[in-house]
Each structure stands twice: as C-alpha cells, then as structure tokens.
Design a protein around this ligand. Structure first.
Ligand code: GDP
Ligand code: MG
Length: 187
C-alpha cells in the first residue's frame, strides 16, 4: 500500500491550476487517526495500519456544492504534540485538530494545537476555520472524553466540533472535509 489516491486524486504537477484551492492541515497527537481519516476521505477505505512517521500532502479535485475545488490535505505526523508549526501555519486555509475519544491524553494535546492556531490567527489578523474532531466514535465503549467536553473546548475558541470515525461510513468523513471547504469559502 502506497500513497492514498482516490480516482480523482492526482499529483500537483498534473492538476489544472485554475481551480480555487483549499489547504487543510490535520493536526493532533500520534494515534489519533489523522492518517486513517485522510485515507478514508481519499479512498473511501479504512486502512488500519498506516506508517505513523509518514507526513505528506495529498491532492484531490472535489466538487463541493456544485463547485470544483482543488483540495490539498496535509497529514502531519508529530510525535507528541506541536513542533515546527510553521510548516502548516502559513500553508493551511483550514485546520482539523484530531483526538481520539478513547484517549484522554490525545484530547489534552489538542489544547496545545488549538492554542497555537488561535495565537497564530490573531497574529496574522486573518481567520482560518478550525474543526475539532473527536475520532474513533466506533469505540464508544472505551470513551474517555465526553461529547460535552469536546464540544465545550471547541466552543471556547469559537471553533466547529464533530465526532467521527475513520472506520464507519464514508459520508460523514467526507461531510467534515467538505464543511471545511464551505467554511473557507465563507471567509
Ligand atoms: P495518526 O498517528 O493520527 O495518523 O493515527 P493513525 O491514522 O495511524 O491511526 C492510529 C491507530 O488508530 C491505527 O491503529 C488505526 O487503525 C486506528 N484508528 C484510526 N482511526 C480509527 C477509528 O476511527 N476507529 C478505530 N477503531 N480505530 C481507528
Ligand atoms: Mg499518521
């Protein structure tokens, strides 16, 4: 298994440049499910084992509300919290901060990402949509982070909040990515 490539995904070099672009950076601690969500979105498949060190940018032409967009997804691979944030802070038009609902620590680390993004957007005086994602909703039995806690953290910053699962239906994962595009368009 190599890079996830949907039928309509392609290398940057081959894509038409006239499309409006949207860059989404996925952030969060290792194991939260960033790669699984990225792969699910691009291929509709759940890949359970994905190289945890692999960080890459994937490109896909999407149609969101009848309008085409060149969507780039940066699947980051921080070890244990934010480092070298410049690589995405100036690149991203939207941020997805991911934790696992069955891992409290991953939720705690999200705070640090949200703080960095919020400081950055204040600094550049430009708003970028931020989506806080509680992943692994299928692991309800092992939940360590309540929906209310996730929701109130997002609300504290004025960010959007979702609970998702990379291994359940494709539609709700796609919905989240498309909502990010919608928010970027509203900016
Ligand atoms: P990353 O480090 O944030 O990129 O996390 P990965 O995408 O590599 O996922 C870490 C582990 O969690 C892997 O074993 C995945 O199979 C698993 N995983 C990811 N998303 C889900 C999910 O929605 N549900 C369940 N049950 N496992 C998931
Ligand atoms: Mg990964």
């Amino acid at each position: 298994f190599g890079k996830p490539r949907a039928g309509n995904a392609s290398n940057d070099r081959n894509t038409q440049n006239h499309l409006p672009e949207c860059n989404i950076a996925l952030l969060g601690c290792r194991g939260a499910g960033k790669s699984a969500l990225t792969v699910k979105f691009l291929t509709k498949r759940f890949i359970s084992e994905y190289d945890p060190n692999l960080e890459d940018i994937y490109t896909s032409e999407e149609i969101v509300d009848q309008q085409p967009v060149l969507l780039r997804v940066m699947d980051t691979a921080d070890q244990d919290g934010p480092v070298n944030c410049e690589r995405y802070l100036h690149w991203a038009s939207a941020f997805m901060v991911v934790y696992s609902i069955e891992n409290k620590r991953s939720f705690d680390i999200c705070h640090r990402y949200l703080e960095i993004i919020s400081l950055h957007t204040k600094g550049v005086q430009q708003d970028h949509p931020v989506l806080l994602l509680g992943n692994k909703l299928d692991m309800e039995r092992y939940r360590q982070v309540s929906k209310a806690d996730g929701s109130s953290l997002a609300t504290k910053y004025g960010y959007m909040f979702y609970e998702v699962s990379a291994c359940l239906d494709f539609e709700s994962v796609r919905q989240v990515f498309h909502d990010a595009v919608r928010e970027v368009r509203r900016e």
